[in-house]
Ligand binder design. Structure first.
Ligand code: PLP
Length: 393
């Protein structure tokens, strides 16, 4: 008996789809509709008073809900609209004008992060990118060797979005700190499915969002910054809410506030945060340890079924190295994915990787079999061919 299946009734879309896409868009909790209603009620009945009655504080009251899931302390997480903004805030805190001007990263980091690092080359940054040899992993030894006394920032993903590979953040952080570099981990693909504790690891920064495993929808990214670094960091990507006394509306250069709001800029995305809270509540209540336990069982089984069906698998076979997603390599993957979506099997496709399939705590074991069987049927009946013409355009 899988007690986690009790949660299925909280997620309406599970009634009529095989929902294997939580690495991309977690299912919407039923109670999210009520939260959004609360937002509109607040706006329509309280008007301007809503800011003082909660809205101004949400960047950290909601951030604290994430903090509990990722091991941050109270007031150590601030909400932003997305990861790209969070990563830009981080690089805007750092000085790359001297000899210590390297950002060490990996080719499998999320593209946004790489685009931001390369854009910084205009200000003197040298980007050192460690490639993957096998299309799945990032070689740890090579990554560690690239981190040296000229490194200002090490920027990695905890779980690689395209292959589900889990990186050794402890080893990376230890090496970075040994040479005086800072570390940012993008934990978007781990938070909510792979347990982590940002303080135990010793991370300097962490970024993530709510769209995937946290079932929070778009518009609610989060930024963790190690508390003892706050006084030394002054983001150039800033705004009035990072000011000590924003309502003084003072002209001239900013005087940063002492708390985590120094990493905020303009008005936060209030409806996005209302939408996100229910997912955090549920993930927090279920517990990431329990989610991980079930995820390991289901992803291991999924790999077995896929291999039995004769498909390749482009993610780590060892559970300890694998996040919540299984990447199945089948011929005509993109067209097969389109047909799966048409048939209410929700998955996605990444070029050069394959079909990404992700059960979550609300998935039934039988759905793993159903998904692989459907892929086989689509291939055998050539049902994917109808999408070839559309893709050619
Ligand atoms: C690891 C990772 N980082 C970042 C993002 C997205 O960044 P943003 O919140 O800027 O859209 C994704 C997925 O879309 C991701 O998988």
């Amino acid at each position: 008996m899988d007690e986690l299946l009790e949660w299925r009734k909280e997620f309406p879309i599970l009634d009529n789809t095989v929902y294997m896409i939580s690495h991309s868009l977690g299912a919407m909790p039923r109670r999210t509709r009520d939260r959004l209603q609360e937002y509109t009620d607040m706006w329509s009945t309280r008007g301007i008073r809503a800011w003082e009655e909660g809205w101004w504080m949400m960047a950290t009251t909601v951030g604290d809900m994430i903090g509990k899931i990722i091991g941050a302390g109270e007031g150590e997480v601030v909400m932003h609209p997305n990861v790209s903004v969070c990563q830009s805030v981080i690089t805007s805190c750092l000085d790359f004008t001297g000899k210590r001007n390297k950002i060490v990263t990996e080719s499998f980091n999320f593209p946004s992060n790489l685009y931001i690092h390369h854009a910084m080359e205009r200000t003197g940054v040298r980007v050192v990118t460690v490639p993957s040899d096998d299309g799945i992993t990032v070689p740890l030894e090579r990554l560690l060797a690239a981190i040296d006394e000229e490194t200002r920032l090490v920027s990695v993903s905890h779980v690689i979005f395209r292959s589900s590979f889990i990186q050794n953040l402890k080893a990376i952080t230890a090496r970075a700190h040994e040479v005086g570099a800072l570390v940012v981990a993008d934990i978007y693909q781990s938070a909510g499915t792979v347990p982590l504790n940002v303080r135990e690891i010793g991370l300097d920064f962490a970024t993530g969002g709510s769209v995937k495993w946290l079932c929070g929808g778009p518009g609610a990214g989060y930024l963790y910054v190690r508390r003892d670094l706050w006084p030394s960091l002054e983001p150039r990507l800033t705004g009035w809410l990072a000011h000590k006394d924003p309502f003084a509306f003072a002209a001239g250069p900013i005087e940063y506030v002492d708390d985590i709001y120094r990493f905020l800029n303009g008005t936060p995305n209030i409806p996005g945060m209302y939408a996100a809270m229910s997912g955090y509540e549920i993930v927090g209540e279920v517990g990431v340890e329990k989610i991980r336990q079930k995820s390991i069982g289901q992803t291991t089984r999924l790999i077995e079924i896929a291999e039995d069906a004769g498909f390749g698998v482009n993610c780590p076979k060892a559970a300890s190295e694998r996040g919540g997603t299984v990447v199945i390599d089948v011929p005509h993957g993109q067209q097969v994915t389109k047909e799966l979506l048409r048939r209410d099997f929700l998955v996605d496709y990444r070029p050069g990787a394959g079909i990404r399939v992700a059960p979550h705590f609300y998935s039934k074991d039988e759905e793993l079999e159903l998904t692989v069987r459907e892929i086989r049927t689509i291939l055998e009946t050539k049902a994917y061919e109808q999408h070839s013409a559309a893709l050619a355009h």
